[in-house]
Design a protein around this ligand. Sequence first.
Ligand SMILES: Cc1cc2nc3c(=O)[nH]c(=O)nc-3n(C[C@H](O)[C@H](O)[C@H](O)COP(=O)(O)O)c2cc1C
Length: 180
Amino acid sequence: MRKNKEIVLGVTASVAVYKACELVRRLQDNGFGVTVVMTEDARKFIQPRLFEAVSRNRAYCGMFEETVEWDIEHVSLARKADLVLIAPATANIIAKIAAGICDDLLTCVVCATEAPVLICPAMNDRMFLNRITQANIQKLEKFGYRFVQPRKGNLACGKAGIGCLAEVDAIVKEARRLLG
Ligand SMILES: Cc1cc2nc3c(=O)[nH]c(=O)nc-3n(C[C@H](O)[C@H](O)[C@H](O)COP(=O)(O)O)c2cc1C
């Protein structure tokens, strides 16, 4: 029997974090295994427990937490992933990946994986249009990282503009395409 494709879903500290639960379910409905890796700041918005309940799988956060089984998690997660998907992706995580920074579990997984990486930005329009953010995105695209671009909509700050997380449908469609 063919093994299910595995997605490591990186969740970062954007206000769009609540949409990641729906994304987990939709990816699972499409037959993918999903393991969530959250940043420390994402944990200030939402607890890993919720992702564990939704995904019925362990959700990872810190690099140096007590582990039940001995394993170097960033390496084993990077190896197990057929796709690393980051949704929502903050300006911060995009900048860190573009700079090759590996100071948390998610950035280490991204650096260590050989799987395709799909990034779905979500942020304020000024942050998204900021020339450094745009340069970071272009740099990552040149290295083969994939993006599902954000859409225009009502931003958390109260005005309309570009920066809203792409629709879950569009993210799932691109993940399916990358996973063949
Ligand atoms: C209420 C609130 C909402 C935020 N929303 C966003 C967002 O949508 N996109 C973004 O890039 N940063 C946002 N930030 C800033 C990030 O949380 C901050 O840069 C954080 O350090 C990112 O951490 P991470 O990339 O490690 O998850 C928000 C901060 C707060 C307090």
